[in-house]
Design a protein around this ligand. Structure first.
Ligand code: B12
Ligand code: SF4
Length: 631
């Protein structure tokens, strides 16, 4: 029997090796007790999948939000070529509680649980012409079968797909590198998550006991994987650092990176309520230069009531912050993450949540996800949607515009606590604050207002938002968001100079174009610091003017800001800049590692290419000269 597995990856240049294919093959070759002979075609795992010329009997589609449309298209093409091909779909984007998928694509069956054993049983049934209606599968011919839960696999006993399929994986990795693309690895040490946050569907494994793969096998896998010089490793666990062994894996990756001199970076989703191993792991990765951008800390919101509605109130924001102090101290670059559109939210609560991130010291970057309504997440259940009066829009999405396919997906845009109009306003505030603070246009003035006067971040940014010169810039963005939520507009990107871009980038570029007008209109009274902090802010900000070299002011803002950046999160003490004549210098380099030479940033095009194309997590210090804060 000839089997084709398809799992197109999100990014065209960053290619995940075909782990899912290897899992299926390894299970059948080594773990499955029945006799089964399978001829595996080369799997489809690039961004744009194309059916092979060679015929096949079974097509296995692994569906995620970023690829399901492509998978449906493949199913249609395959059935056209040969209506007898058996097509089975699985993965988190396959709705398991309704039969809508059977109307959208010519799929014969869906898998509603872990795939390894189910797929082996299905192939066995197909091979032996026995009953295909096995537990864990819903057939098109019996769509109303009760969705019984299936016992989880005993992961300890399973063989390693990396070790078993090493030869093929190595060849794939070499080919990807030869094509000038990045080799990514999805590394799984366990499955399951004890929580059940309403927005989430962590591999159909939430609200479940964590099951772990064999410790020694994982160490062997790391030894092997690192010989392929992977560019990026993404750990698929829901709560990395929850076990003490998790530190050992990071130490092993770091040690091999140094020994084999690879350029490997790594990211994981940190355990929520226990940060000891998380902090230690960050430190190991940081020391080995394996953190490319920044590590994420997911808060999703900071309001207790909203967290309760999201079923996330057992994950304590204050506790995780307390425990993250260690990482702050080591200077690990971090990004705070929020979700926009949670039931229970309001425009004011949203503003406070974003400003809470600033109070927690996330001045360099933040990541705002729109509440995506995933088909199998608790929030998509009809009772939950009714209870919180949820409404959604279905639009095209991807994180950035360049180099990515947009895919259609659902976003929550109204609930009992906010209207669609409020949603558009929250969206506007979100991109406005990122442009002003994360991109540094007002970062330093606002921090001074917060620590040296009694002004809150909320009041400061309300003031900036209401400046005429700023309103002029925001108006087209507001219109775009209104049209996105109320009518035709299919995406939230803004166009500048013929290029589509994220709205925060657009606002930033427009602010640079109008910087003199904006700073002239800004006349907030910040006492004796008013003139100097404005000059300082203009000087430190990356603009098209790269001729600036030196500035002398009456206050020492270097020590002042460095002291503030060193404060633990949520520390509100009054600090005042020292009054001494101070010289400031610019070295024309920006970026966390000062890797962008701004001599070449002279116009919009170069700014966009060199700076603004960076995704969240990679934006630390990219729009101000950190050398100004040094001697
Ligand atoms: C790796 C990963 C990524 C990678 C991309 C990987 C790639 N191939 O390109 C990165 C980091 C880029 C990523 C990004 C995003 N991701 Co992601 N990601 C994952 C992660 C951690 C692992 C997925 C994986 O491959 N697991 C390994 C496989 C083997 O396991 P599995 O997926 O659980 O599949 C099992 C079963 O479902 C079943 N199965 C799967 N397919 C099939 C097929 C058949 C035929 C059968 C029989 C069975 C079967 O068997 C498998 C093994 O038991 C999951 C979380 C998780 N641990 O599941 C989230 C997850 C897939 N991501 C998710 C989301 C929402 C995103 C984002 C959209 C987040 C955001 N809002 O920005 C972004 C995309 C951003 C963008 N620009 O659009 C959701 C997916 C929801 C969905 N319906 O698709 C998940 C589940 C996490 C969550 N929050 O709930 N992600
Ligand atoms: S968001 Fe994280 S903690 Fe919450 S259920 Fe999903 S994986 Fe678990």
């Amino acid at each position: 029997m000839k089997v084709l597995v398809s799992n197109p990856c999100l990014h065209p240049q960053s290619i995940y090796l075909p782990y899912f294919w290897a899992r299926l093959k390894t299970y059948i070759d080594l773990d499955y007790e029945k006799e089964l002979s399978v001829n595996w075609l080369e799997p489809l795992f690039f961004h744009d999948p194309v059916l092979p010329d060679e015929p096949f009997d079974v097509l296995a589609l692994s569906c995620y939000v970023w690829n399901y449309e492509k998978q449906y298209e493949l199913a249609k093409q395959a059935k056209k070529i040969n209506p007898n091909i058996f097509i089975i779909a699985g993965g988190p984007q396959v709705p398991i509680h309704d039969n809508s998928i059977f109307e959208q694509a010519p799929i014969d069956a869906i898998c509603i649980t872990e795939g390894e054993r189910i797929f082996a049983e299905l192939l066995y049934a197909l091979d032996n012409d026995s009953d295909k209606d096995i537990q864990g599968i819903i057939l098109r011919t019996n769509p109303n079968k009760k969705r019984d839960s299936v016992p989880k696999l005993e992961l300890q006993q399973l063989a390693s797909p990396w070790l078993h399929c090493a030869k093929e994986m190595e060849n794939f990795a070499n080919k990807i590198h030869k094509d000038g693309k990045r080799v990514n690895i999805m590394f799984e040490t366990n499955r399951g998550c004890p929580y059940k946050c309403a927005f989430c569907d962590w591999g159909m494994a939430t609200n479940s006991k964590i099951k772990r793969f064999s410790h020694n096998m994982l160490l062997d896998e790391i030894n092997l994987i690192m010989t392929w010089s992977p560019d990026f490793i993404f750990v698929a666990d829901a709560n990395y650092g929850i076990f003490k062994e998790d530190l050992l894996y990071m130490q092993k990756f770091a040690q091999l990176k140094l020994e084999l001199e690879t350029n490997t970076n790594l990211a994981f989703c940190a355990a929520k309520n226990n940060k000891v191993v998380v902090n230690q792991s960050y430190k190991v990765l940081h020391d080995a230069k394996m953190i490319p951008g920044a590590m994420q800390i997911g808060f999703q919101h900071t309001d207790e009531q909203i967290l309760k509605i999201m079923d996330r109130d057992n994950i304590k924001t204050s506790k995780s912050l307390e425990e993250m102090k260690e990482s702050y101290k080591h200077g690990i670059p971090l990004v705070g993450v929020l979700i926009l559109g949670n039931p229970g939210d309001t425009v004011d609560k949203w503003k406070s949540a974003m400003c809470d991130l600033l109070r927690m010291q996330f001045h360099e970057d933040m990541r705002i996800h729109d509440f995506m309504l995933l088909p199998n997440a608790p929030a998509a259940e009809p009772e939950y949607m009714d209870k919180y009066k949820l409404g959604y829009i279905e639009k095209f999405y991807n994180e950035s515009t360049h180099n990515r396919t947009f895919y259609k997906t659902k976003f929550l845009c109204e609930s009992f606590s906010y209207t669609r109009q409020d949603y558009a306003e929250m969206q506007l505030y979100s991109v406005f604050l990122q442009a002003c603070h994360i991109f540094s246009v007002f970062k330093f003035i606002s921090i001074l207002a917060h620590y040296s006067t009694d002004m809150s971040y909320e009041d400061f940014y309300d003031y900036v938002m209401n400046l005429n010169s700023v309103q002029k810039i925001l108006e087209p963005v507001r219109q775009k968001f209104n049209s996105f939520v109320h009518s035709e507009e299919q995406n939230k990107f803004m166009e500048y100079d013929g290029i589509l871009m994220n709205a925060e980038n657009y606002i930033f570029v427009k602010m640079l174009d109008n910087i003199e007008e904006i700073f002239n209109e800004f006349n907030l009274d910040l006492g004796i610091y008013t003139d100097d902090i404005l000059q300082f802010q203009k000087f430190i900000l990356l603009t098209y003017d790269n001729k600036k070299t030196e500035l002398t002011l009456n206050f020492d803002f270097k020590k002042y800001f460095l002291d503030i950046f060193d404060l633990p999160p949520n520390t509100k003490i009054k600090i005042l800049p020292q009054q001494t004549t101070t010289k400031y210098h610019v070295d024309n380099k920006v970026g966390l590692y000062r890797d962008i030479n701004t001599n070449r940033v002279t116009d919009f095009e170069s700014l966009y290419d060199r700076v603004l194309k960076r995704a969240p997590n990679f934006r630390h210090k990219s729009t101000y000269y950190s050398s100004v804060l040094e001697d």
